[in-house]
Design a protein around this ligand. Structure first.
Ligand code: HEC
Ligand code: HEC
Length: 499
């Protein structure tokens, strides 16, 4: 475990009297975020002084950035323009990429950045089919509840795949927090590798034995049904469960529809701001996708807003590196002894009632090294160490306390979407939402329909109907103990100066 105090020392920013601009951008560690509190105890007066100073310094720097941007318009946009060839040439280290990602996440997008397109010049609440919004100006504008990079309130709900006008035509989604996602992506990759290895194993065995072979698809203790290969090695995926037939575990989005952070960031910028990635435009040149990008005459400006190269490949890398290195949610039990007893009881009930059948307490992570690979340049990729790089707290080597199996489940008609969203995933099918950090992410469930944990749990149906029934049979006190336990899945407290 990384000592948050030590890492914090590394973060503290030197006072920059000269070269303010370059100081704002370079060499400032992972310090653009609120200052972590030492876990489980009150800080000493000296620590508190240091933390207050850092928090004030951060607030002052943020204000200075705004002044600079006002005095030299476009200055802010420069930080979000990152060329992949510069990353490939090792021009930036991981910390700088984190800063660029941070700037991109916070950036209020505008016309010069490619905000908007010729068809939807203004904000509208409901998306138009797969094309999207516009419904917002910045990533941070929807992800801030419970702290920086947090979730969204009910009023930040997004309305996907609609007709551009009626909310009832759209799929409703509440923004989750974007914390700890590097670990989540890495676990997904390892699970995918295991599942695809099992598929090749079935093929090999069937060919060797010259007869059909069925093997269970088990990875990290989670069973994804089974796969069958016939004597010729043909694969039958009809018994595969909770993952697409390509066996790629996609841990992002309420439906588990996306495997990689750079693709999520790319899609979010496109559908919320109309900011299109150059990587997508390049692909569009060979295989036009007007339904996603627009029918502009020039392939390099598919949305016809006269801005080209709206989001660089390098910016996608910076966004992915940034999200991979954000803090990891933590488990902080109550300090009060009687509440602690109730917390322990709730924790035990969480297992006994069968919540853990889906909300697995932890998933193993074999490799903490992550290579964020570019899309088109053939560069070697940016190497991240998920435990030692990034914002504290980082979690422990080997186990990630995610409270999910990263598998999709049929949750029954009551929770189903009214209209079809992502193609190929049933209306009532959702990924087990990781419960880490759940204390700070109300409202709950994919559309934010539940304002309390109790409502969220009682809305479980389908594959979770038995567990819900057991939960309902508990006494009021026992249910409250489960809530106390869930409220310990939270974020490290931070000091922040508000303006
Ligand atoms: C209009 C509000 C809104 C804006 C703006 C927005 N998001 Fe989101 N974000 C959401 C919603 C809603 C979801 C859930 C989407 C889903 O389930 O498909 C989400 C999900 C995510 C996830 C997946 C998290 C998980 O655990 O599954 C990531 C990553 C993410 N957003 C990143 C971004 C980035 C990067 C940006 C800016 C480029 C951004 N978001 C802008 C609303 C927003
Ligand atoms: C069959 C698998 C399954 C079981 C069993 C299960 N859950 Fe869930 N849980 C899910 C899925 C899937 C979601 C996301 C539903 C959605 O997207 O609306 C979810 C969502 C939640 C949420 C809302 C999280 C959020 O961020 O909005 C809470 C809280 C929760 N579950 C708690 C529990 C508890 C407590 C139990 C045991 C009584 C339990 N779950 C049993 C699959 C399961």
């Amino acid at each position: 475990m990384v000592d948050p105090m030590k890492t914090q020392e590394k973060q503290v920013v030197g006072i920059c009297l000269s070269a303010l601009l370059s100081c704002l951008l370079a060499g400032i560690g992972f310090a653009s975020h609120p200052v972590p509190w030492p876990r489980g105890r009150a800080p000493s007066p000296k620590e508190l002084d240091a933390k207050v100073s850092s928090a004030i310094e951060l607030a002052e720097r943020e204000q200075m950035e705004e002044f600079l941007e006002a005095s030299d318009r476009g200055e802010d946009s420069e930080h979000i323009f990152v060329l992949q060839k510069d990353i490939d040439a090792n021009k930036y280290d991981v910390e700088q990429l984190f800063q660029f990602g941070d700037s991109t996440f916070e950036h209020e997008h505008r016309r010069v950045d490619g905000f908007g397109d010729s068809e939807t010049p203004r904000l509208q609440r409901v998306h138009q089919k797969a094309r999207g919004g516009l419904d917002s100006f910045s990533c941070a504008g929807c992800h801030f509840q419970g702290g920086v990079n947090g979730a969204g309130s009910a009023s930040q709900n997004a309305f996907y795949f609609g007709d551009g006008a009626r909310i009832s035509s759209a799929v409703v989604r509440n923004p989750p927090a974007v914390l700890g996602l590097g670990m989540v992506q890495a676990i997904g990759v390892e699970m995918t590798r295991d599942l695809q290895w099992l598929r090749s194993k079935a093929e090999r065995m069937a060919q060797e034995k010259k007869q059909g072979v069925t093997i269970p698809l088990m990875t990290k203790g989670v069973l994804f049904g089974s796969i069958r290969a016939d004597a010729e090695g043909q694969i039958d995926t009809s018994e595969v469960r909770g993952v697409d037939s390509d066996l790629v575990v996609k841990p992002f989005g309420w439906k588990g529809h996306t495997a990689r952070l750079r693709r999520f960031g790319e899609r979010a910028a496109r559908i919320h701001f109309g900011v299109q990635s150059h990587t997508m435009a390049l692909a569009h040149k060979d295989n036009p996708t007007p339904e996603l990008l627009g029918a502009g005459e020039r392939w390099w400006d598919p949305d016809g807003d006269e801005v080209q190269r709206e989001m660089e490949e390098g910016t996608l890398t910076a966004l992915a590196v940034y999200m991979a290195l954000l803090e990891v949610p933590v488990l902080i039990p109550p300090h009060d002894p009687s509440l602690q007893r109730r917390w322990a009881g709730g924790s035990e009930l969480f297992d006994r009632v069968g919540c853990v059948d889906c909300h697995r307490r932890a998933l193993g992570l074999n490799s903490v090294i992550w290579q964020e690979k570019p899309d088109t340049t053939g560069g070697a990729g940016t190497r991240i160490q998920l435990i030692t790089d990034g914002e504290p707290p980082r979690g422990e080597v080997g186990v990630v306390q995610l409270f999910s199996d990263l598998k999709r489940h049929d949750m029954g008609e009551e929770l189903a979407d009214v209209v079809q969203g992502q193609p190929g995933i049933g209306r009532s099918v959702f990924l087990t939402r990781p419960l880490w950090g759940v204390a700070e992410t109300a409202p709950y469930l994919h559309d934010g329909r539940a304002s309390t944990l109790d409502e969220a749990i009682r809305a479980h149906g389908g594959e979770a109907a038995t567990q819900r029934a057991s939960y309902e049979q508990l006494s009021d006190e026992q249910r409250a103990n489960i809530h106390i336990f869930l409220l310990s899945l939270t974020r490290e407290p931070k000091l922040r100066v508000e303006r």
